[in-house]
Design a binder for this molecule. Structure first.
Ligand code: ATP
Length: 351
């Protein structure tokens, strides 16, 4: 049976404030789907509407093809793991995980085997007899996840499930969550404001802005083909040069035409990712885009270097891969050209 989720024209208002403004979304069976956006854009509200804790003024919520818009939260075939994952402090890890199944009055043997299975997949077997206060933050978060997973909901809703963890543990848990999701084969809907997290884990991402859907797509699609400046800025780093769009690209004052596929006219930006920009000392003659400037600084980003170049009244970032660092790295104060192939240009509206 289908375990997909569908939101149709959801509107949620608080008084005169519209928190969700006519959002429609389809989430496929067994998909790992992320809702991404800045603080206050409506992610939690949308998740709570899906779970049934908020009632929308307009729209329909379907789970597995069934209209659940007016169904109580506990009767919906989904499970919400809250931001604060309250575990019972006096119960062992095992009992915490078993609790939901005991409430359902399942046979003891079945409870035991399901709990053992989920503890193993969350790598918690060795902590089964510990109390929550004898665990690390990451282990506690895994218990909360195991508790949600053991009930085998068709859809698991996770609100910032990794927010409490430090960077390293968060990265480990991202992979673990992804592994658990593909093992268990349920639909995951995760809320995050962390673009990297969404890119690593999700099959598809919906970017929300002020209660509206800005763009929905696979991580690579959003990264390579952002439909707006907002998405381009929110996912990864993007350089923008403002000007006037023509059919060949964008005419930038003081620079001239920078080429790129364009369907726009009027005020627009030409955008290019830092990893697509190469720095040269000579102007290219092969038709690539080139913007003259001066190196402002060189910064370490992990193993790569990033040069910031003052050019065309703005700052252009150019990523220099570690493999090329052995070659001559430009120095601050040095005049350079920021060069890229027109195919890596994106022509986007100004807002
Ligand atoms: P964050 O990442 O900070 O958790 P979010 O994207 O999850 O943010 P929501 O919590 O969904 O944002 O809130 C969306 C908007 O709705 C915010 O502007 C918030 O102030 C407003 N809002 C949420 N709940 C209520 C409420 N009960 N009454 C009035 N306004 C609310």
């Amino acid at each position: 049976m289908s375990t997909g989720v569908e939101l149709r024209n959801i509107v949620k208002r608080y008084g005169t404030f519209t928190a969700i403004d006519s959002v429609s979304l389809s989430i496929r069976d067994n998909e790992f789907f992320a809702l991404l956006g800045p603080s206050g854009c409506g992610k939690t509200t949308l998740l709570r509407t899906l779970a049934g804790f908020e009632m929308p003024q307009e729209g329909t919520v379907l789970v597995g093809g069934q209209d659940v818009t007016h169904t109580r939260p506990r009767n919906r075939p989904l499970n919400l793991m809250f931001q604060s994952y309250a575990l019972f402090p006096h119960m062992s890890v095992e009992r915490n995980v078993a609790y939901g199944l005991e409430m359902e009055k399942l046979p003891r043997d079945e409870i035991r085997s399901r709990v053992a299975e989920v503890l193993a997949s969350a790598q918690l077997t060795q902590f089964a007899n510990r109390k929550p206060d004898q665990l690390s933050g990451g282990q506690r978060q895994r218990v909360a996840l195991a508790r949600a997973l053991v009930k085998r909901p068709r859809v698991l809703l996770l609100d910032e499930p990794l927010s409490a963890l430090d960077k390293k543990l968060r990265e480990e848990m991202q992979l673990e969550l992804k592994r658990m999701q593909s093992e268990v084969g349920i639909t995951f809907l995760i809320v995050t404001h962390d673009q990297e997290e969404a890119l690593v884990m999700a099959d598809r991402i919906a970017v929300l802005r002020d209660g509206r859907l800005e763009q929905v797509g696979a991580p690579q699609e959003l990264y390579e083909h952002p439909s707006s400046r907002f998405v381009a800025n929110f996912i990864g780093v993007m350089n923008f040069l403002d000007g006037t769009a023509t059919r060949e690209g964008v005419e930038v004052p003081g620079i001239g035409l920078l080429k790129g596929e364009s369907t726009l006219s009027g005020p627009a930006s030409i955008a290019v990712r830092p990893e697509r920009v190469t720095l040269t000392t000579e102007a290219p003659t092969d038709g690539r885009n080139a913007v003259p400037g001066t190196v402002e600084d060189i910064a370490y980003h992990g193993i790569d270097l990033v040069a910031h170049v003052r050019a065309a009244g703005t700052s252009i970032a150019a990523r220099i891969p570690a493999a090329r660092v052995g070659e001559k790295v430009p120095q601050p104060g040095q005049p350079v050209f920021c060069v890229w192939e027109p195919e890596y240009s994106r022509v986007l509206p100004l807002n």
